[in-house]
Design a protein around this ligand. Sequence first.
Ligand SMILES: [Zn+2]
Ligand SMILES: [Zn+2]
Length: 644
Amino acid sequence: MSELHITLPDGSIKTVPSGTTPLDVAREISQRLADDALVARVNGDFWDLTRALESDAKLEILSPRNPEALEVYRHSTAHLLAAAVLELFPGTKLGIGPPIENGFYYDFLRDTPFSPEDLEKIEKKMWEIQARDLPYKRNYMEKQEGLKLYADQPMKCELIEERAGAVFSEYTLGPHFIDFCRGPHVPSTKKIKAFKLLSVAGAYWKGNEKNQQLQRIYGTAWFNKKEQDEYLAKLEEAKKRDHRKLGQELDLFSVQDLAGPGLIFFHPKGGRVRKIIEDWMRDQYLKRGYSLVYTPHVMRADLWRVSGHLSHYVENMFAGMELDDAEYRLKPMNCPGHILIYKDRQRSYRELPVRLGELGTVYRYERSGTMHGLMRVRGFTQDDAHIFCTPDQIEGEVVSCLEFAIDVLKAFGFEQYEAELSTWDGGASGKYDGAAELWTRAENALKSATDKLGLKVTVMPDEAAFYGPKIDMKLLDALGRKWQLSTVQFDWNLPEKFQLEYVAEDGKKHRPLMVHRALYGSVERFFGILVEHYAGAFPVWLAPVQTVVMPITDRQLEYAKSVHEKLEAAGFRSQLDDRKEKVNMKIRDAQMQKIPYMLVCGDREAEAGTVSVRHRKHADMGVKSVDQFIADLQSLVDLRVFNE
Ligand SMILES: [Zn+2]
Ligand SMILES: [Zn+2]
């Protein structure tokens, strides 16, 4: 009998007879490990615990201590879901059931929509099957044989036709459930300790709207109930903070049916916040040596032909407009506009780097039905700048771009962030443009810039755009969710296409390097992130309404009005609540609007020239003279305090 040499994570080598399974090896190490084990990793690939090892290999046993095992665990829960649906609703046709972030889904074809009550029933049935402790058994099936076996599952047959070799693997769960699947899975249903079905949504078979529509049931699954409860609580909190919900409740922005999806209307209150966001950026441009430019929203199709957008980006663009002189296109990007400004006259090395910045509104075609609040839209404003520089200037420029990006985060109250560096493949595939020397230089510049700033960075090999490497900055919000924000992107493609030049010290013409960078990314999206991060309770310097002045009765109306006017004259965003309502009602409404300061005026205050200050979070803050309150508020605003 032949022997296998199995290398364990600690480097030790076990010699075992062929036919040994990872579970056998786990048992030899300790019964505890065998009991906890969920799946194995053999030479880096997931492998069923009960599947015999086939050759010498590196073996890891994964348990709930290994978050990587969640993927297999969640996929196994998806099988459990499909088995439960077939038990309850025989005749349902199965699509696919992959793991996703935080959970899993399974697609079903059934004439009757699944109701919330159905989901409850299905979840109960899943627990029933879980308790049966059924093994996830791997079988092998001849393709032709298999097609017969799956005859009542047309979508599975389609997948088998497309993906299966002469022999394919499948997994059973009890006597009645089989699923064409590469696996692997956890060894048995008992291993699945915490899951919950969350929702059902429509989804097209293979994501193609020309195919039939399926019902996708989403669920979440975790190693234990505690982790799941934490996740569900976070999900609940995220729902409360949803910028679409808060946007409406706080009257910040809207999307108008008559105008079309993905096009954002900023209402007066949203407009005030947006002005602060935009003013801050424009001021920073000027402080940091950028020039402020403005470029048109529509430009001739010829421009987009030269830039290459009409060949490789056309599916993201709005259709052309035929005018009397030429075809025009809405701009999907600001770069060609800035390039035309650079190219408008001859440039000398002495004026480089040229940094052209714009809050430029772009329009991109997104399929109807894919829009999402402020996060996925058809029209948005980028804080977009393009830097044209010499090779010697690259590193300095990258460092200041990243410093700028970090300052953006800090200025708006984000403490945690990380970076991703997308690099090329070293030239192996030939799909990347530009000389190896350029790539090395640019990637090194990006790397050493992150080092200089002590930025935590993950390298993403072979993830660069074909025209250059980039750095993406991601922030973590109050709920620990990651949001992609700033991008610093090299580009040697556009300078070539537009034949950009500068006259160098040697008197000859050279091609400048170009960097695209957007720090908010999109102003709309950044605004949405702020709404969710602060749950709509913007810090006082950013709040659309900073104070609301409320007379207790009409007797103090004149006084309250004078306080309100004084605040406005001092430059604050104040409101006067002169409704004939009880003051408690006024306070409640102001709380709902998340207005930081409520200034209550009764007879005593009117007489003494004071206000009774109430804060949305700290409630009663005592009586202050109006002048004192104004001075205190001014310092909170000047210091841009986040947690007053
Ligand atoms: Zn599977
Ligand atoms: Zn650009």
